[in-house]
Design a binder for this molecule. Sequence first.
Ligand code: OAD
Length: 241
Amino acid sequence: MDESLDRARALLLGAQRVAVLTGAGISAESGIPTFRDAMTGLWSQFRPEDLATPEAFAANPKTVWDWYASRRERVAKVAPNAGHAALVALENRTPHFTLITQNVDGLHARAGSRNVIELHGNIMVDRCFAEGCVLTSADEIPGTPPRCARCGALVRPGVVWFGEALPPNTLDDALAATKRCDVFLSIGTSNVVEPAASLPFTALQAGAAVIEVNPERTPLSARATIVLAGAAGEVLPRLVG
Ligand code: OAD
């Protein structure tokens, strides 16, 4: 690990353009469960088709709303960790830096990251289920779930559900940063959900070095330029500090 870490540090220090992709693993040390870890992952306890599709929300809005409300409560209680902080330090010293996240918890922004692309939306944002527009509590009629005061439709959490398109422009912006970068960092993602899962391979194809940070092997590991097998909160401060 030490030799790989030194090589990865040198690559990042020499890079003008860095793109980072994060997944649930970077927030695990803040106390937010991942999706696919065998014992603690959300998808080992719940079926995504019951909770994370537009059809599930249409059929059982209260069940879905309550599940997201409990996840929101957890997110509101936790704080960014040393891994999030290390990415802020990396952004501060890198001329062109883009942070692409699959996480909906907003912890990168709360840590101080500025150029963040939220591919899967943000769990703290409310949207109208009919029209998709962002709503604040002033635009809502209270209820479980609330209703849009403008059109009467249900209010939904502002996350991307299975079968839905990503928020406008996010994928184009992520792809542009991925194709231009010198170094691409993939952190705490199982690398199985498209289109995010393809980004590190796109970076490799475009000639970037790809560094993976994850305690487990993923479909990327065999192809990554450097694999740093460890927890983000431990590896990233050493990689950037
Ligand atoms: P997963 O739960 O699929 O993967 C989490 C990854 O984090 C695993 O590979 C773990 O080995 C790794 N991990 C665990 N603890 C870690 C730590 N302390 N440091 C670094 N890595 C650690 O989560 P994602 O890949 O983010 O989509 O899942 C992708 C998408 O699937 C999510 O955005 C979500 C889900 O369905 C939507 O909600 C649309």
